[in-house]
Design a protein around this ligand. Structure first.
Ligand SMILES: Cc1ncc(C[n+]2csc(CCOP(=O)(O)OP(=O)(O)O)c2C)c(N)n1
Ligand SMILES: [Mg+2]
Length: 824
């Protein structure tokens, strides 16, 4: 499908200049008295109270960390505490106008934002709603603890709930907001619109963009705010997130009902420091964080600097930015200046800044000045302020007392079978649609799709009734099988979106998505910037919000670019939420061939090593469709590997029936016996299956060794039963895949099989992986990847001498020892 946007030389070659409108700094100039026309007295007092709660909460944590005691009650908190003492006004000002449909994501230093947003939600929600949230959240465990003290009313109870829940989370207790599995840097509470906070600097950037994407695609209420530090402005994922968020297509190509910018505020909480490094004057060159906006789009992301030392200035900015977003002109960027008096963490010696600098900021402390303004405007007296302070001290101590007590606030039992983490590493759901109320938006009926029609005329199997091979061009092949599963889900689940590089128009890399462009509007299938981190990270945000995302890395070798998003984000949030969040995100990863060292690597082992990811690698069309169906109906993150060697492989293992045209699932975690035998088990991962079958043919016909070939299909989870049964029969096993031998998942399988089948084994399991080299050019790649001759060589050297056989390449124990000693 050709693009609608034409590139005309006459236009592109014209003389001209780019003009940058000014980016404004600290323009707010109203006083508290001026604001009396816009705010109720009670609200203005609440702003003060909320800042005080944050300050007192953080001061308490500081004391606990530095003195192992607070108000005489001892406690040793071993975990981190990144405090935001001094930053309260920026958090409270931001939260003031937000409703529970407005979602915030944050950083390691987000206690203040969590409390501020929670307090704002409590002020807005009615008593029944608050009670119902508290009663149901965490099975009522958190509520049960705070109910021990009688609160005056539901709102007071909810404040106790919030403060205690956050603190119990920081202290790792089961009654904490995330069952103690998030901890200090990750506390969140979605019923109040507080979404995950991230210990990875800049980690929330692309996740927030994905959350905003979810709201836009699915017409959900509210905006998303990403709170990240000024120093995180240097992170690659932050830039990728900004580029993704500012894409023209939202305003240009998307259909009318979905047109407009993302409902996102990228808020840089600018405290002028990283840990000790100073972005301004030292580690960055922008002088003002807000300048970033100028590079992103003609609207400069409506960037401005706002004085985060004045809560009213921040409220004013949020109100204006919300308007911009509501008229479809987002995203926006804020540079909210603030300052932390506390160190990066309580162990910080603060050698990197002058004491006098801290004191200067303390002299304009927002709580003191705002309190003074309240009194000055006649909204309260000094005694009210003193009373408020006393009440807040009591509130925080009430929470502390209960949170440190192991009887009242025990930790989750992680030692027994079926423990919390055993239950929450995966959610194991199966849902046809994540929104059964809506009809999926598509452009044509499924049966009118040109590719669907074309496939209807093809053989479902690679062999006919007589067992003869059908020419490949006449069969449904592996890329078609993936397509069938994907398009089927698009017509079932309205929340499903797919995106990545060249996903639209081009037809998807390797033609897997050919036919989707015709079927789907832009907002369900689109091209992204070349931002692998953001491709995966936005998928994470989209999934956390409740949608299903299918995202893609064109080559496995680009996994490194999305390392944090796969290893720390996609894999973590289900269990870090104590099982309260789901991650229905499927990540397609295509393993290359023929393209040399940086485009041909099988990195399944890297992903399998990270707890929290399901990992599959189908090698046949039947399995590819069944596993994609399972991935797209599940609620867990699935890394779905494909091999470019076999996209055109027809189905050879399911007789003349081949790949069913209808829906079926292949359960994730179950290996499949592709060929029976009783003399040697060969366990394969991925495309090497076909080379293993070639080897097994030779072993049988020439050496009388009957091979049982098992295709792992899945890597995580992995059910050993079939492999154990096979080894009981054969007594020998060889394992092979295209991953480099050192550290490959085959080694884990081999070690476990040795352990599980020790009494049945006549020889140690033998691993045949790729060499520990770079991948050489296609013409010589048989020197690198395992081929059937390598399998025969390994059998001959390590399992059974093959009469009359001469190994093609040296691979005996002494050679393996030499290679190991040399690291090759
Ligand atoms: C990717 C990554 N790099 C480094 C760190 C270590 N680290 C934690 S906080 C921090 C400074 C972050 O500064 P900024 O983004 O301005 O946030 P602030 O701490 O000032 O709130 C650093 C370097 C980390 N957690 N993650
Ligand atoms: Mg900072």
């Amino acid at each position: 499908m050709p693009k609608r946007i034409m590139i005309h030389p006459a236009e592109q070659r014209k003389k001209g200049k780019i003009e940058f409108p000014p980016i404004l700094l600290n323009q707010y100039s109203r006083t508290l008295k001026d604001e009396l026309d816009r705010f109720a007295r009670e609200d203005l007092i609440h702003i003060y109270r909320d800042m005080l709660i944050i300050r007192t909460f953080e001061a308490m944590l500081n004391e606990v960390k530095t003195k192992t005691s607070y108000k005489g009650l001892e406690y040793n908190h071993r975990g981190p505490a990144h405090l935001s003492i001094g930053q309260e006004a920026s958090a409270v000002g931001q939260a003031f106008l937000l409703g529970v449909d407005d979602h915030i994501f944050g950083s390691h230093r987000s206690h203040g934002e969590i409390l501020a947003k929670g307090l704002s939600a409590i002020a807005k929600l009615d008593d029944d709603t608050l009670m119902s949230i508290m009663k149901t959240y965490n099975d009522g465990l958190t509520l049960k603890v705070v109910e021990r003290d009688s609160a005056e009313n539901v709102k007071e109870l909810a404040i106790d709930f919030l403060v205690y829940g956050a603190l119990a989370e920081i202290f790792g207790r089961e009654a904490g907001l995330n069952k103690g599995m998030g901890g200090s840097m990750h506390v969140f509470f979605t019923p109040f619109g507080v979404y995950p906070n991230n210990a990875i600097v800049g980690g929330s950037a692309d996740i927030s963009v994905g959350a905003a994407l979810y709201k836009k695609v699915n017409h959900k209420k509210g905006i998303v705010i990403c709170n990240i530090g000024d120093a995180s402005s240097a992170c690659g994922p932050t830039w990728e997130a900004l580029c993704f968020a500012a894409m023209d297509q939202f305003k240009v190509l998307w259909d009318k009902a979905h047109r407009g910018g993302l409902p996102l505020i990228m808020n840089f909480v600018n405290n002028f420091y990283g840990m000790g490094g100073q972005p301004v004057g030292e580690t960055m060159g922008f002088k003002y964080v807000a300048r970033i906006g100028a590079g992103l789009n003609p609207e400069q992301m409506h960037a401005e600097r706002v004085d985060g030392y004045n809560p009213l200035a921040v409220i004013d900015a949020i109100a204006r930015k919300k308007e911009i977003i509501e008229r479809g002109d987002g995203p926006v960027l804020l540079d909210t200046l603030t300052y932390r008096y506390s160190g990066h963490s309580p162990s910080d010696a603060m050698s990197y800044r002058e004491k006098s600098e801290v004191e200067e900021w303390q002299q304009v402390d927002s709580i003191v000045t705002y309190g003074r303004d309240l009194v000055g405007a006649g909204l309260c007296g000094q005694t009210d302020i003193d009373k408020e302070k006393e009440a807040v001290e009591e509130l925080v101590f009430r929470a502390y007392e209960k949170a440190v007590d192991l009887e009242i606030s025990p930790r989750a039992d992680l030692y027994s079978v079926g423990s919390l983490l055993e239950r929450t590493m995966f959610s194991n759901g199966n849902l046809e649609s994540l929104d059964t109320q809506r009809k999926p938006e598509t452009l044509i009926p499924l049966e009118d799709n040109p590719r669907v029609k074309q496939l209807a005329g093809k053989s479902r199997a690679g062999v006919d009734e007589n067992g003869q091979l059908v020419p490949k061009g006449k069969c449904v092949v592996l890329r078609d099988a993936i397509f069938e599963a994907v398009i089927d889900r698009f017509y079932k689940d309205p929340t499903l979106v797919a995106y990545g590089e060249e996903n639209r128009d081009w037809g998807g890399a390797f033609a897997v998505y050919r036919g989707l462009t015709e079927a789907l509007p832009y907002h369900r299938l689109f091209n992204t910037p070349i931002s692998e981190g953001a491709i995966v990270g936005t998928g994470v945000g989209y999934g956390l919000e409740g949608g299903r995302a299918l995202v893609e890395l064109m080559y496995c070798d680009f996994l490194g670019r999305a390392g944090d998003e796969v290893f720390n984000q996609l894999s973590k949030w289900q269990s870090m939420s104590g099982g309260m969040l789901k991650m229905p995100v499927t990540l397609r990863v295509s393993v290359g061939s023929k393209y040399g060292a940086q485009h041909s690597q099988d990195w399944t082992s890297l992903v399998a090593h990270i707890p929290g990811l399901k990992v599959v690698f189908p090698a046949t069309p039947y399995d590819a469709k069944g596993l994609m169906n399972a991935a797209l109906s599940g609620t867990d993150p699935v890394v779905y590997f494909e091999s470019q060697r076999i996209y055109d492989m027809p189905e050879l293992f399911h007789g003349a029936e081949g790949v069913p045209a209808g829906y079926y699932e292949v359960p994730i975690g179950e290996p499949d016996v592709k060929k029976d035998g009783d003399g040697l088990t060969i366990l394969t991962i991925g495309a090497v299956l076909y080379r293993a079958l070639e080897a097994s043919k030779i072993l049988e016909s020439e050496y009388g060794i009957s091979c049982e070939v098992i295709d792992a299909r899945s890597i995580v989870p992995f059910n050993y039963e079939k492999v154990i049964d096979s080894v009981k029969k054969t007594g020998r096993i060889l394992l092979t895949s295209d991953a480099c031998d050192r550290g490959s998942f085959l080694q884990t399988l081999a070690a476990k099989i040795s352990q599980f089948c020790f009494d049945d084994l006549d020889a140690p399991p033998v691993v045949v992986g790729a060499r520990n080299w770079i991948t050489p050019a296609d013409e010589v790649e048989d020197s690198f990847f395992p081929y059937s001759s390598d399998i025969l060589d390994a059998v001959h050297e390590h399992i059974e001498r093959l009469p009359g056989y001469t190994a093609k390449r040296e691979c005996g124990t002494s050679e393996l020892l030499r290679r190991s000693a040399e690291g090759i």
